[in-house]
Design a protein around this ligand. Structure first.
Ligand SMILES: CC(C)(COP(=O)(O)OP(=O)(O)OC[C@H]1O[C@@H](n2cnc3c(N)ncnc32)[C@H](O)[C@@H]1OP(=O)(O)O)[C@@H](O)C(=O)NCCC(=O)NCCS
Length: 160
């Protein structure tokens, strides 16, 4: 069956579903790399986080909704950041991006990204960036297909 999807900004009514998706993304990150071990109380923290992001003028929470069932199939969150020293000054940084496994490879990620690009331009952003754990091959494949290129490396050394 063809799934009809609409894409829009999230509202406080979407809090439960969106925060569940964000929690799933964090658990996926933990599976991919133990350095992303999730905290206790993940679901509650995800809810607080999404509530903040929906309210913030510096962020946008975009959802893809299954029109037949009302289920939220995917979410993308970005923050608007002033690069201050560099041109273009304003960038949009994708901080969360998750499509439920059963909805993948149906262009829902593409629709979310296109909406993010449209809104980010309207927010004054001249570039769109993303950081995700190395080892996420799904993200590698998606961003490569969308023409994203390497911009920076994040290195780490444990202090524990
Ligand atoms: C990354 C993600 C959001 C993509 O969502 P999606 O709805 O499946 O993406 P699309 O269907 O729009 O894919 C667009 C293109 O990306 C590429 N792509 C996406 N998933 C791919 C995969 N598993 N293998 C190879 N290429 C892939 C393909 O070129 C695809 O086009 P095609 O299906 O016509 O070949 C989704 O895989 C996901 O939620 N992954 C887990 C979380 C994650 O990795 N988030 C990103 C880190 S911030």
């Amino acid at each position: 069956m063809v799934v009809r999807i609409s894409v829009r900004e999230a509202t406080p009514n979407d809090l439960e579903q969106v925060s569940a998706l964000i929690a799933r993304l964090k658990m996926l990150n933990e599976e991919l790399d133990p350095h992303y071990k999730v905290v206790e109380g993940l679901q509650e923290i995800a809810k607080e986080y999404v509530e903040e992001k929906i309210k913030s003028e510096k962020s946008r929470v975009i959802v893809a909704v299954n029109e037949q069932t009302g289920e939220i199939a995917g979410v993308l969150v970005y923050d608007i950041v002033d690069r201050r020293f560099y041109m273009p000054r304003i960038k949009a940084v994708i901080t969360e991006f998750y499509v439920l496994p059963r909805y993948r490879r149906k262009r829902i990620g593409t629709l979310l990204l296109e909406k993010a690009e449209e809104l980010a331009r309207a927010d004054g952003a001249g570039m769109l960036t993303v950081i995700y754990p190395s080892g996420n091959t799904l993200a590698d494949a998606f961003y490569k297909a969308k023409g994203f290129i390497d911009l920076a490396y994040e290195k780490y050394r444990s202090l524990l």
